[in-house]
Design a binder for this molecule. Structure first.
Ligand code: B12
Ligand code: SF4
Length: 471
């Protein structure tokens, strides 16, 4: 296990949990294959990106001497930046039934590609990321793995597994699940497997990781990366995990905890330099709320300035607590756009979803971001339980007033573990539990409107999409 010692030297001697107990499985019958199931690609999107969770897991496993390969089956090979195609919010919604059709279309080239990849890589273990929306796709991938070989070990992890375990999944095809933050729990599982003592089906590390102890995400071991020419152009980087918010529609705090954990600025800069050297010119800081800790964000900006690295970047944040000084600094070091979680123009709904942001905060934030010369991208939602026609109208009026460079409208999906989901179930608005294996975005949306007929809901949604996509 010489490579793991080397890997953790740069982390100031702190060890990633108790890796001393992990034995090398160099004589494993093949590599570990980590798969991100196809999702938007099944609805016609053409893009290329590296899933951060899987690259972080791959970094840990590689550091432990296990050959690990990442395969994002949501990527389309052989396209260039010029023929990339991203779905708009309305297409994601309207093409949703296409997703379920493609799951049934077992001869589709995407499933053939996945089968081929599995048989070429010959993994002894396959790990799969499961989101609630891609449960059906993850189930198909599981079937393909077990079709290749029943002996291949299957492990599922990711948000759906953390929040709902194997609900609506083909349990009989899953050997193990990893709940929560995956790095050390997955390492323990692989260790236990190599010692033949993996008796529990569920692996879960109660204690949150010290992020400083993690190796940098591994983006080198991507399956056939030469087939994905602009894979390395855009990169996601997370400076922190956790969110102190408690917004009723969002599961981030349940997944990562309400206490924010930050990486040191130096650790983030190592990753940034590595990304830029590998060809990235666009960085998305995918922290749940990037400017929550103003001092920390300022230090990141200062470090980018001192490094002389040139790249465009974007981030997501809440509307309260923004200050011009920080925004100006962000602009100076390449920040092109800030995504702002606005969600609704209704005071009642803001209160109901515990957004803890006022409409005044939103107006002020948009003004400050614009004044700094940064584009504003506004996240809006529609479909809150009990939302009325007037409240949808209030959201649309707010969109017009804010006049942001971009407005992204996401119809609400009641995710397990959120208060919106619990309340909708308790109040009977969500009569039946959602079957995620059959889930299609456009189906259950209407049930949340108590007093609006489906045709009226449809009309409101269409007008809202139209408005947001032309702003
Ligand atoms: C960036 C982001 C995106 C990006 C990139 C997507 C991606 N999958 O990385 C984009 C914009 C494309 C996106 C899209 C969507 N997203 Co999103 N996204 C995020 C965000 C903000 C960060 C994701 C991230 O990189 N986290 C950091 C990495 C390290 O974490 P991770 O990927 O979860 O992996 C860790 C563990 O989950 C686990 N793990 C993951 N996979 C595996 C596999 C194995 C084998 C093991 C052992 C462990 C394991 O270990 C990893 C390391 O600790 C999260 C919120 C959050 N804070 O997590 C939402 C989040 C993941 N998204 C969410 C949703 C709902 C979506 C969409 C469905 C939204 C929509 N309506 O279109 C789509 C669909 C995505 C898909 N393909 O299925 C939800 C998922 C909830 C759920 N129950 O499934 C989240 C949690 C936000 C929320 N609203 O609560 N998203
Ligand atoms: S919506 Fe944003 S601020 Fe609210 S809980 Fe989720 S990540 Fe935190």
């Amino acid at each position: 296990m010489s490579c793991h010692n080397h890997c953790f030297q740069e982390n100031k001697g702190r060890a990633l949990l108790d890796f001393k107990n992990i034995i090398s499985i160099n004589n494993a019958p093949g590599p570990i294959l980590l798969i991100f199931p196809p999702f938007h690609r099944l609805m016609g999107e053409k893009t290329q990106w590296i899933p951060l969770g899987l690259s972080s897991l791959a970094a840990c496993m590689t550091a432990l001497g296990c050959e690990t390969i990442i395969y994002n089956a949501d990527n389309t090979p052989f396209i260039s930046k010029n023929n990339e195609y991203r779905l708009s919010c309305s297409e994601r919604y309207r093409n949703a039934s296409q997703y379920q059709k493609m799951i049934q279309h077992t001869d589709h080239p995407i499933w053939k590609e996945i089968e081929k990849t599995i048989s070429e890589v010959k993994p002894w273990l396959v790990g799969i990321t499961v989101h609630s929306e891609n449960v059906a796709s993850a189930n198909r991938v599981l079937s393909l793995v077990k079709k290749y070989s029943h002996d291949t070990v299957t492990v599922c992890g990711g948000p759906h597994i953390t929040l709902a375990e194997t609900k609506n999944m083909k349990n009989e095809l899953i050997n193990y699940i990893v709940k929560g933050e995956g790095e050390s729990a997955f390492a323990k599982l692989v260790n236990d497997l190599s010692l033949n003592k993996a008796t529990n089906k569920v692996y879960f590390e109660k204690q949150s990781l010290d992020l400083e102890t993690l190796p940098l995400p591994n983006t080198k071991h991507v399956y056939k990366s030469e087939d994905y020419p602009f894979l390395f152009k855009k990169r996601m980087i997370a400076c922190s995990r956790g969110c102190p918010g408690q917004c009723g529609f969002c599961s981030a705090p349940q997944l990562w905890g309400r206490k924010m954990r930050f990486r040191s600025v130096g650790h983030v800069m190592l990753e940034l330099k590595e990304a830029i050297n590998a060809g990235a010119d666009k960085i998305f800081f995918c922290d749940d709320t990037f400017v929550f800790n103003r001092k920390y964000s300022q230090e990141i900006c200062q470090a980018i300035k001192d490094s002389n690295l040139k790249f465009a970047w974007t981030c997501t944040t809440r509307a309260n607590g923004l200050k011009s000084e920080l925004l100006n600094q962000m602009k100076e070091v390449g920040c092109k756009s800030v995504h702002l979680g606005v969600e609704t123009g209704s005071k009642r709904i803001l209160k109901m979803i515990k957004k803890k942001v006022s409409l005044e905060d939103v107006r002020k934030a948009v003004k400050l971001i614009k004044e700094a010369g940064i584009d504003v991208s506004v996240f809006m939602m529609m479909g809150f339980p009990t939302e009325t026609d007037e409240e949808v109208q209030a959201s649309m009026n707010l969109v017009k007033e804010l006049d942001a460079e971009e407005t992204l409208l996401h119809p609400l999906i009641p995710i397990i573990g959120t208060s919106v989901y619990d309340e909708a179930r308790e109040s009977g608005l969500l009569e039946e539990d959602i079957n995620w294996n059959k889930f299609s975005r456009d189906k259950l949306f209407y049930s949340f409107y108590k007093d609006m007929a489906p045709a009226k809901v449809d009309h409101a949604l269409n007008s809202f999409f139209e408005l947001s996509e032309k702003v």
